[in-house]
Design a binder for this molecule. Structure first.
Ligand code: PEP
Ligand code: MN
Length: 340
């Protein structure tokens, strides 16, 4: 449930309500808006008397949250969450584009990709050091060496990095290097990992699992929020459908639906969704038009030679051309592409 405090409520009133809720075994999360304070309380509702709670000084209203996700819900927090990564804001007026290769392959490849995506207008560098591959015989990533390269290239280009963390054993190491911790689609419901990731406190990019409903996806986000980390960015990356021509089916309906249900920023990964570079531009434009807060796009200096996902990777030239088109779409929907 949420307890909406009225505009005259003082700190003492808020504290009394928190104490009351905690005594009844609730976990309390405070959301201080411009107009009023909202206290989110997660616990067993039979343990508290709503009417008595509503009678407490400073309390305007007690509202049950009907969704199973509570902290991720717009009912709990009306204003959009803006996740800060250095000077960048994800979920604000500006659209952020995260771009780079699927996997870090070498210093030359990563540096070239980073410089080219930066020149094209990307504000965040993506690149996997640990790769969740379908086949155990495929390239699995450079692991720690890949993380070190990401850090070096961040130093040179100034681009913050987003990289995937696959398990709890590598979490401390990946956390040392990443600016944003990516939870891959295959791990979206690895609840133990989500709990541990929440403790790190760095922004988390939570990809949607290929077969997850919007509700399951928001419940996964809830694990991170309930663990005390409110910096969650959702990423739609395509779901399984009967269609086999494309790698997955990009569910763009998720963008406005998430925006309606939740305050969390949502970005779109057209590369893994459609799986073919030819259509990445079309889906990127559609995503921005649909209200996405950003994009995650695979770009490789030489896609035919890529060790991973070359088929869906844009060349730097195509990426640059796409970014010019995206600026126009962003403007048309009242947003702006971030420029650095
Ligand atoms: C990736 O972004 O490199 C990746 C593996 O994506 P997903 O988890 O969406 O398949
Ligand atoms: Mn990939």
């Amino acid at each position: 449930m949420i307890v909406i405090m009225n505009h005259c409520a003082g700190q003492e009133d808020i504290q009394l309500v928190i104490d009351k809720l905690e005594q009844a075994g609730f976990r309390v999360h405070l959301s201080k808006g411009v107009e009023r304070t909202i206290i989110g309380a997660v616990g067993d509702r039979t343990q508290i008397n709503d009417i008595a709670l509503e009678a407490m000084p400073g309390v305007e209203k007690v509202v049950p949250i009907m969704h199973p996700f509570k902290l991720a819900s717009r009912v709990f927090k009306e204003e959009d969450t803006v996740v800060r990564v250095g000077n960048l804001e994800i979920g604000g007026d500006h659209i952020q584009v995260m771009a780079g290769p699927c996997a870090v392959e070498s210093r030359e490849q990563l540096l070239e990709a980073a410089e080219q995506v930066k020149a094209g207008g990307a504000t965040i560098l993506r690149g996997g050091a640990y790769k969740p591959r379908t086949s155990p015989y495929s390239f699995q990533g450079l692991e720690e060496k890949g993380l070190k390269l990401l850090a070096e290239v961040r130093e040179i280009t100034g681009l913050p990095v987003v990289t995937e963390v696959m398990d709890t054993s590598t979490l401390p190491l990946v956390s040392e290097y990443a600016d944003i911790l990516q939870i891959g689609a295959r791990n979206m419901q690895n609840f133990f990992l989500l709990r541990q990731v929440a403790k790190v406190g760095k922004p988390v990019l939570l990809k949607r699992a290929p077969s997850a409903t919007v509700e399951e996806w928001l419940m996964a986000a809830e694990y991170i929020l309930a663990g005390g980390n409110s910096n969650v960015i959702l990423c739609e990356r395509g779901i399984k459908s009967f269609e086999s021509y494309t790698r997955n089916t990009l569910d763009l309906t998720a963008v406005p639906v998430i925006k309606y249900l939740s305050h969390l920023p949502v970005i779109v990964d057209p590369s893994h969704a459609i799986g073919n570079w030819r259509f990445v531009g079309d889906m990127s434009r559609a995503a921005v038009a649909a209200g996405a807060d950003g994009l995650l796009i695979e770009v490789h200096p030489n896609p035919p030679e890529a060790l991973c996902d070359g088929k869906q990777s844009l060349t730097p030239q195509n990426f640059k051309a796409l970014m010019a088109e995206l600026r126009v779409i962003a403007w048309a929907v009242g947003r702006e592409m971030e420029e650095i």
